[in-house]
Design a protein around this ligand. Structure first.
Ligand SMILES: Cc1ncc(COP(=O)(O)O)c(C=O)c1O
Length: 401
């Protein structure tokens, strides 16, 4: 019988602990490893350089680390993929994916906006020599060329929470690999590989880490792409730090609880915000046009929402600056609730016209809901919103779920 995601989260990456005679996962901080058998060492180097596994000794921590490998096997289990490859950050993971797909000389990428500002910037800057066509989800098939190396989508998308139908995107991509950024949903709410994604990318800095103290990235994928990604990682050196891998494995067992609890709170807050006169619109999966994907593609709407306040930039600034408990900070998926201004911060580097087209307006704020009590969060938001406009308070209890 298939195990529940809760059970998987608790036991993933820990199957050998009994055998090792330990309860907590071991942390290996070695930067280098003894090579006592030179012939085996040579074989290990050959295997690692080709994107394979070590033959005995890990040789050197940039090439392979057992704690990182443990996180990778846990994440692959949660995403339902054969392998995953972990990187120093989400952007290092995105860079490696772009380098891996362009190994055969193809340089064209089709991408659906919005994406996280850093991903958008990496593609638009041409830094890695890729040529990008920005399309809507419906335009993917028409934008493909013989040299298209990758299709990229993010769902829910940062910061507008737009949803893309993963199965339709995979069908439209045909034989071209599809990369889905699953950072917002986590494998608890959505498993893109089951819907046809070739690579599932996470900024592990967010929900996977969960406590605001890890920077990391990971791509869950099949054996062939796993090998190419490791080959790129060995060559470019973007491996996850073992301490970060340790913290990630430590945090995974509580991932389902954290995501579901924060999601419940986000659902309440979304409804309260929608009823507030200082809020022009709320962006939250399930509230808009693509609500049919919530409950099907996604198990639930998630713990992140965005809302536009009256008064544009000034209104948003007043809200952000007058909150007393909610942390004004970029990032998401932490234990505490974070609020940020996408147009001015995470998506500052995105072309103005693209921000306009995708609704990243001056009045938009993104709220990454944490684990505090919903009443306390609403009270704080109300105080902030009162600064953006004078209004009657909205009672939490008056808005039903
Ligand atoms: C959806 C998404 N993808 C990727 C990234 C990049 O991850 P990192 O900051 O770990 O490099 C982020 C960062 O905010 C993100 O929100």
């Amino acid at each position: 019988m298939a195990k529940s995601s809760e059970t998987r989260a608790v036991h993933a990456g820990r199957h050998d602990l009994k055998e090792l005679g330990v309860h907590a996962v071991p942390l290996d901080l070695s930067s280098t490893y003894p090579v006592c058998d030179l012939e085996a060492g040579v074989a290990s180097i050959d295997s690692l350089a080709a994107g394979g596994q070590p033959k005995g000794s890990s040789i050197y921590a940039r090439l392979h680390n057992p704690t990182v490998a443990r996180f990778e096997s846990a994440l692959a289990e949660l995403e339902g993929t054969l392998e995953s490859v972990a990187f120093a950050s989400g952007m290092a993971a995105m860079t490696a994916a772009l380098l891996a797909v362009s190994m055969e000389g193809k340089r064209h990428v089709v991408a659906v906006r919005p994406l996280y500002g850093g991903s958008d910037h990496l593609l638009a800057s041409g830094l890695l020599g890729v040529e990008v066509d920005w399309v809507t989800a419906e335009e993917i098939a028409g934008a493909l060329r013989p040299d298209t190396a990758l299709v990229i989508i993010e769902t829910p998308a940062n910061p507008t929470l737009d949803l893309v139908d993963i199965r339709k995107a995979a069908d439209a991509a045909g034989g071209v690999p599809l990369l889905v950024d699953n950072t917002f949903a986590t494998p608890i709410l959505q498993r893109p590989a089951e819907l046809g994604a070739t690579m599932v990318l996470h900024s592990a800095t967010k929900f996977l880490g969960g406590h605001g103290d890890v920077v990391g990235g990971v791509v869950a994928t099949d054996g062939e792409w796993g090998r190419k990604l490791r080959q790129v990682r060995v060559a470019t050196g973007g491996i996850l730090h073992p301490l970060a891998a340790y913290l990630l494995v430590r945090g995974l067992p509580t991932l389902p609880m954290r995501v579901e609890r924060a999601q419940e709170t986000a659902m309440d807050l979304a409804r309260c915000l929608e009823a507030h006169p200082a809020v022009e619109r709320v962006l939250y999966p399930g509230m808009g046009e693509q609500s049919e994907l919530v409950g099907t593609q996604m198990r639930g709407p998630g713990a992140i929402l965005a809302f536009e306040v009256v008064g544009g930039f000034d209104g948003a600034r007043k809200v952000m600056e007058s909150l007393r408990m909610i942390t004004p900070a970029v990032s998401l998926g932490s234990t505490d609730t974070l609020i940020q201004h996408p147009a001015g911060l995470t998506h500052r580097v995105v072309e103005e016209s693209a921000k306009e087209q995708t609704g990243i307006s001056a009045g938009l704020l993104r709220l990454a809901v944490g684990l505090e009590g919903v009443e306390d969060l609403w009270q704080d938001l109300e105080t902030g919103l009162a600064m953006a406009c004078t209004s009657e308070p909205v009672e939490l209890g008056s808005v039903t779920r």
